[in-house]
Ligand binder design. Structure first.
Ligand code: DGT
Length: 536
């Protein structure tokens, strides 16, 4: 009977190359000194496989999973890496496209086919990283790189740059003429993490259980690298097809993505819409809209303070919004019967109003709207009476409590709230909690119809735990003519900026334009839109 180590080594097909056959299997003949064989076997059983395992665990993760898939043996993996410098699925995909794998000694067409077959499910079963955590992991490194004198610019690539809900692997592109200086500096930092791979222009680090790949292409090639690593695979496919049609050459390196798209006579296609190829058709027909951008946002209409379940004071939230350059903000704490850990009592509302009045005097440069996020109760009523709601500058309504209701009952509750003249905005309408809970399965077209009819806005909530409406629903809502609002739903002053950026990213995934967003409007227009529904 072979040991676990021997079985693992055999399964992975490496014994032939390393000549471990006689060591791991007594049935394989050995024509050397039997005592030497015995010693080797002993050493091997004593722990060589552990070393092997830990060496595999220290590979850039896509290479490890390629090996685990059985598509390649360890020597083949080594050859692949040495010949092509491949460290990720994206590199393998590019190599497959150019059929460069079959020309590597020790690899052939069959290996190429095995890799192609393994690639789509390489990361199947691996936990994906939620967008909010991915950004939190990558942001400090981006800031560090962007400020480095030897780095031209730094940006995430892949699904993170496209704003997917969850991310498979984290990669940053940071063009540099002196990558070794940057790499040397990074790995000396006390929080650098474990080094999984280092080469001329790449560094893979493992920290906080996540792998972060850094690529430092020459600036003159950075546009091509970023474009290829950003994907999506379908977008790249659609662009390649169009390039063939238009006889454009994508193979020559480009310094910027703009330059690449220009070779096809296309405008720059924003990463958030690089999806199934429809965006390429739209761009080539001049139908790609100008997407809403962070700079269009004039204020944030949804945030919480320590009056309910927020961490920070009203003043801290006001200061954060000032720092973000907003013209206005709305403080919108939870109503009494909301499931939040702390909620507003009607008595507290008056004290909160006094506090806001004082803050308005101290901060005349920013308009502070006193609002609330009122729960839509299981019976369809709002958690505050009209008398309590009326003095608020803005009222947001939300479903937090599903109450075991089916889709029809939930729609009825939403429709009732939208018909209420005091309700300006429905927050996180699908109530999804990515990646754990899918949104309600409702008749959204019907809800969009009522939103339009009643002049109620729907929210794109940028909190990483909501990201709701998502891009697909936001696009449908905007196409139906519904006015959207992009909010942070921030519960901490230091998250207001990042969560707004996430909200904008989701809106862009939904092809949303600035004109379709309530909080791109100047304050006077915002007030008159709120007032218009109240007059109905
Ligand atoms: P992820 O990381 O799984 O959330 O998704 P992506 O899109 O970031 O994929 P990733 O990191 O494996 O690769 C980055 C880009 O490289 C991807 O968006 C397109 C390209 N790529 C990767 N794998 C394949 C593939 O199997 N086929 C093709 N055509 N392109 C690929």
């Amino acid at each position: 009977m072979l040991s676990r180590g021997a079985v693992m080594v055999r399964e992975r097909g490496i014994e032939s190359d390393l000549d471990l056959g006689p060591i791991v299997d007594p049935a394989v003949p050995f024509d050397g000194d039997p005592l030497l064989l015995q010693r080797l076997r002993h050493m091997y059983e004593a722990g060589a496989w552990v070393l092997m395992e830990s060496a595999l665990a220290d590979l850039p993760s896509d290479l490890r999973w390629l090996f685990e898939s059985g598509a390649v043996t360890l020597p083949q993996l080594g050859a692949l890496h040495n010949a092509l410098g491949a460290t990720s699925a994206a590199d393998l995909a590019a190599a497959l496209e150019t059929q460069s794998i079959r020309s590597i000694p020790g690899l052939d067409e069959a290996t190429e086919q095995a890799i192609a077959a393994a690639l789509p499910t390489l990361r199947a079963g691996l936990p994906r990283i939620p967008l909010g955590r991915a950004i939190a992991l990558v942001d400090p490194m981006i800031a560090r790189l962007a400020n480095h004198p030897a780095v031209a610019w730094a940006t995430p690539a892949g699904s993170l740059r496209r704003g997917n809900d969850t991310i498979g692997d984290l990669e940053i592109v940071a063009p540099s003429d002196d990558p070794q200086a940057v790499i040397d500096e990074l790995i000396r930092l006390p929080d650098a993490g474990r080094i999984l791979h280092r080469s001329d222009r790449r560094l893979y680090l493992l920290f906080d259980r996540a792998q972060l790949g850094l690529r430092f292409p020459p600036p003159a090639e950075a546009g091509s690298a970023l474009w290829r690593l950003t994907g999506s695979a379908a977008h790249i496919g659609a662009i390649r097809t169009l390039a063939a049609e238009r006889q454009a050459d994508l193979s020559a390196p480009a310094a910027t993505e703009e330059e690449l798209y220009a070779r096809l006579n296309l405008p720059f296609i924003p990463p958030e819409v690089r999806d199934d190829g429809e965006e390429v058709r739209a761009a080539s027909e001049g139908r790609l809209p100008a997407l809403v951008a962070r700079a269009d946002i004039r204020g944030d209409l949804h945030m919480h303070t320590s009056w309910s379940d927020g961490r920070d004071s009203t003043e801290a939230m006001v200061q954060a919004c000032r720092a973000l350059g907003y013209e206005y903000l709305a403080i919108t704490d939870h109503s009494t019967r909301s499931a939040a850990s702390r909620t507003l009592t009607t008595d507290a509302i008056k004290r909160q109003a006094d506090e806001i009045a004082a803050l308005r005097e101290q901060h005349p440069e920013i308009a502070i709207l006193h609002g609330c996020e009122v729960d839509i109760l299981p019976d369809g009523r709002l958690d505050f009476s009209d008398k309590v709601l009326e003095p608020f500058d803005i009222v947001l309504a939300s479903l937090h409590e599903q109450a075991g209701h089916d889709a029809a009952a939930l729609e009825k509750r939403y429709i009732g709230a939208m018909k209420h003249p005091l309700v300006t905005l429905i927050t996180h309408p699908s109530n999804r909690l990515p990646p754990h809970r899918k949104g309600y399965d409702l008749d959204y077209d019907r809800l969009f119809g009522v939103a339009l009819e009643t002049g109620t806005c729907l929210e794109i909530d940028g909190s990483p735990s909501h990201l709701d409406l998502d891009g697909v629903l936001a696009r449908r809502a905007a196409a139906a003519g519904v006015m959207l609002a992009i909010d942070s739903d921030s519960h901490r002053a230091d998250m207001a900026g990042r969560q707004m950026e996430l909200g904008v990213m989701i809106a862009r995934r939904g092809w949303v334009e600035a004109r379709q967003v309530l909080n791109t409007r100047p304050l006077a227009e915002l007030r008159s839109l709120i007032g218009a529904k109240r007059q109905r």
